[in-house]
Write a protein that binds this ligand. Structure first.
Ligand SMILES: *Cc1c(COP(=O)(O)O)cnc(C)c1O
Length: 229
């Protein structure tokens, strides 16, 4: 018998597949990142039973506790929350991906602290497209310089860009924002950063707009695990 988490995952995968077809995206080009912040290791196990391997976490200590309990499973861990510089070592040692890179200092520390016996840490630069000073992420203006510098650091692979737009239900606005991230990615590729391919954009409320504009990762929590308590 499948649990509701497993039913939700298969429903989401079907939606993703449908949008891939509808917007002429290659089949399998959009991956589901299950955002498991505040969820138990048991919930993650349920998702794993539905063949979900990629999990996103925002809070370091909480993530480490769950990783310890789930060590026997072949899970891939993405750090997607704000990064304080005193947390970089544990992130470098315990994650496979970081989506929320937004400062050179953090990139340099992750690079120095990534254990050489592990594969390179895959990083995405978080871009702030709403020009709200309160929000995390680099501006479009300062992105190219940061991207070029990060791409040259050892033990990091700059694989793409991430954004968290201000919430809106207007699908045209959603698409305009995501289109800006795609164009920024295309510009970096033209400038020589060919490996910068991924776009981490789209959550429960704007998944369709994100896939239409080229998302390669959609980050979904509530639509898999239910509302956070
Ligand atoms: C929490 C979170 C999500 C998922 O949000 P839901 O509303 O639970 O789907 C996605 N991305 C980031 C960066 C988050 O912090």
């Amino acid at each position: 018998m499948s649990t509701s988490i497993q039913v939700k995952i298969s429903g989401l995968l079907a939606r993703i597949q449908h949008f891939e077809q509808e917007y002429a995206r290659e089949a399998g080009s959009v991956q589901l990142l299950a955002v498991s912040k505040t969820r138990s290791d048991k919930d993650i196990r349920q998702a794993f039973e539905a063949k979900q391997h990629q999990f996103g976490e925002n809070y370091l200590q909480e993530a480490l506790d769950k990783q310890a309990k789930l060590r026997t499973l072949p899970l891939i861990w993405h750090f997607i929350g704000p990064i304080q510089s005193n947390k970089t070592r544990l992130i470098a040692e315990n994650f496979d991906w970081v989506h929320s890179l937004n400062r050179l200092k953090i990139a340099q520390r992750l690079s120095e602290q990534r254990p050489p016996e592990l594969p390179n840490l895959k990083v995405l630069i978080q871009v702030n497209l709403d020009a709200e000073a309160s929000k995390s992420g680099v501006s479009l203006a300062s992105l190219p310089q940061l991207a070029i510098t990060v791409a040259a650091l050892p033990r990091l692979d700059l694989v793409g860009l991430m954004t968290i737009p201000a919430p809106t239900t207007n699908t045209d606005t959603q698409r305009q924002i995501f289109q800006q991230l795609r164009q920024a990615r295309d510009n970096l590729q033209k400038a020589g950063l060919k490996q910068c391919t991924d776009l981490s954009m789209g959550m429960s409320a704007d998944i369709e707009a994100a896939i239409a504009e080229g998302a390669t990762w959609v980050r979904i929590g509530t639509d898999i695990f239910g509302p956070r308590g």
